[in-house]
Write a protein that binds this ligand. Structure first.
Ligand SMILES: [Fe+2]
Length: 192
């Protein structure tokens, strides 16, 4: 299977979906634990077969459904192993990003051992993608990191749903102005 490394626009949320997406959100850890969906801070597992999520996630259902529909249409022949959902919503200071590491570095989400794709969408500054940085050879532990200060990047508009290989280098964008940012990532991991 060839793995495309460029980010691709899937679609843009409509006005109503945008309003829903940006509403205040709180992880309901108790419900997630009860449903055995709990993984850790920000990240939860969606059961791959039925894609079930608690009701408290309803504001994100349109974006999630669009990503699942697209992914299963283009890769329905692959055996899905797990699907991970990350949601971040917080105030970000000017010049900072929602990422823990500094803004100077881009990274890969995958070690390349198996096919993995991810979808991102946010309401304030899209993820920055660096498709020109060649992916590391498969099975490099925990993926790569690259210094990207002054390097050209590919970005999208707010509320654009974007699809990429998890080998594509990317970073959470430094915010030109401080503000609230809601970010969603959905990752599909396939069996080797
Ligand atoms: Fe990432």
């Amino acid at each position: 299977m060839s793995i495309a490394t460029y980010p691709e626009l899937v679609c843009t949320l409509d006005d109503h979906e945008q309003q829903e997406f940006s509403k205040p959100f709180h992880h309901d850890w108790e419900i997630l634990k009860a449903a055995n969906l709990f993984l850790g801070i920000e990240e939860i597992a969606i059961r791959p077969i039925e894609f079930w999520l608690p009701e408290s996630y309803v504001q994100f259902f349109p974006a999630i459904a669009l990503a699942i529909r697209h992914e299963r249409a283009v890769r329905g022949d692959l055996a899905l192993d797990e699907t991970l959902l990350t949601i971040r919503q917080n105030q970000v200071s000017r010049g900072r990003s929602q990422q823990q590491v500094g803004t100077r570095y881009a990274h890969q989400d995958s070690d390349g051992k198996r096919p993995e794709r991810f979808y991102t969408i946010s309401d304030n500054q899209s993820t920055h993608y660096y498709p020109e940085i060649p992916p590391l050879p498969a099975a490099t532990p925990s993926g790569g990191q690259a210094e990207v200060t002054d390097r050209p990047y590919v970005a999208f508009d707010a509320y654009d749903l974007v699809h990429a290989s998890a080998l594509t280098y990317h970073r959470s964008p430094p915010m030109p102005e401080g503000g609230m940012r809601t970010f969603l990532r959905l990752t599909f991991k396939y069996e080797e």
